[in-house]
Design a protein around this ligand. Structure first.
Ligand code: SAH
Length: 369
């Protein structure tokens, strides 16, 4: 394990604690007796200890309100985006996303769940949202011994509304959609990639609700096609395009099938933003095959001088590995790739250097010659 990593697994400790310690802060020492810091303990989870401080600290009101305050101050002025991101903000298991007047929170560890009311009180008082929705339906809650549920934590849930983001309006319904509603981690990329779209034929693969496609259409693309296998996502993408007065061709299909049918050299800008193919290290090899197939097909479909924006959100696959795969795909295609930009998750998902899992979204923007 990397030194300074905040997790300790059940098989790494000499002895587990009594169940009454589940969900509470405990100090952890290494084999030499050196104090690693304070962390939240849960003997029911594989990860029994998640460090949140290198000092001696209780996981109570005082610590949490300070950590929440720091997290919110870091993102001050942003109306849409991630406000609190788990370990990276010193609160393992708490995610809070802001969608204008609505906050969507996830309590993913027992300790955070136990402090839930306190967290809700703090958020309500400091930010005065009309509603705080708890999207506690993530499967990882079960690993902590917690039930899965979606419920209103504070206020009243508004009907679906239009959310302004990056100069476009997005249909937003807090209690449905993937994740907490939108892929906030890609928001900075939407506008950046759209700089390459003017006058071009654009294909947005794994488009979800159309973030890339909409920005490209707005930037003056000649044609834009968006594809995703989720009918719900495509339905919303359609609504978004209509609302913003943009003309986009939406397709609901498996991306692998779709990519097989496309003509060579038929587009100028292709975005590939798939779900994580490797959620764990032992899936990396298999995942690389999927990434390579998609990227190879995309490279072949681009006209010379076209642009490929390609992403991976598998934290176990680093920049180097992804880059080797791209070089390999380019060689197979008989094309050359010139690096334009190296990309990263949005800044409101800060990376903690001692925790490689916190750096998970990587991408390359390439010119295909
Ligand atoms: N590009 C989006 C985020 C994409 S997330 C944005 O910037 O907002 C990944 C998307 O891939 C999800 O919308 C999911 O529905 C879709 N997806 C998952 N498997 C797929 C498949 N086999 N074919 C097409 N879409 C798929």
């Amino acid at each position: 394990m990397l030194r300074g990593h905040p997790w300790v697994y059940a098989n790494e400790v000499r002895e587990l604690l009594a169940p009454e310690w589940d969900g509470r802060a405990v100090e952890c020492r290494d084999a030499q007796g050196r104090i690693l810091g304070s962390g939240i303990y849960n003997g029911r989870s594989q990860i029994v200890w998640r460090g949140f401080s290198t000092g001696k600290e209780d996981f109570g009101r005082e610590y949490l309100s300070q950590a929440l305050e720091r997290a919110c101050r870091r993102r001050e002025g942003r109306k849409v985006g991630r406000l609190v991101w788990s370990e990276s903000d010193g609160i393992p298991g708490l995610i809070v996303d802001r969608y204008g007047p609505v906050l969507v929170a996830q309590f993913l560890t027992l300790a955070v769940d136990r402090q839930g009311e306190m967290v809700l009180d703090w958020l309500q008082e400091a930010l005065q949202p009309v509603c705080i929705l708890l999207r506690n339906d993530a499967p990882s809650r079960e690993k902590e011994g917690l039930a899965r549920e979606v419920r209103v934590g504070r206020g009243v849930l508004p009907e679906a509304f239009w959310l302004e983001l990056g100069g476009l309006e997005f249909y937003y319904e807090a209690d449905s959609g993937q994740k907490t509603g939108l892929y906030l981690d890609q928001c900075e990329q939407h506008g950046r990639v759209a700089r390459f779209a003017e006058g071009r034929d654009v294909l947005d693969v794994f488009c979800n609700q159309g973030g890339f496609a909409l920005h490209c259409a707005k930037a003056g693309a000649r044609t834009v096609t968006g594809i995703d296998s989720s009918a719900e996502a495509i339905g919303r993408a359609q609504k978004n395009a209509e609302r913003n007065g943009l003309s986009i061709h939406w397709i609901c299909e498996n991306a692998f099938d779709f990519m097989k049918r496309q003509k060579p050299e038929s587009r100028d800008l292709i975005i590939l933003d798939p779900p994580p193919f490797a959620k764990a290290r032992d899936r990396v090899q298999e995942a690389m095959k999927g990434y390579k197939e998609l990227n190879l097909r995309a490279i072949l479909q681009l006209r010379p001088g076209g642009v490929l924006a390609t992403y991976s959100c598998s934290h176990a696959i680093g920049y180097e590995r992804y880059r080797e795969m791209l070089a390999d795909a380019a060689a197979d295609a008989g094309r050359r790739l010139r690096l334009l930009e190296i990309c990263h998750q949005s800044a409101d998902h800060p990376v903690w250097l001692n925790m490689p899992e916190s750096e998970y979204l990587r991408g390359y923007v390439l010119e295909v010659l």
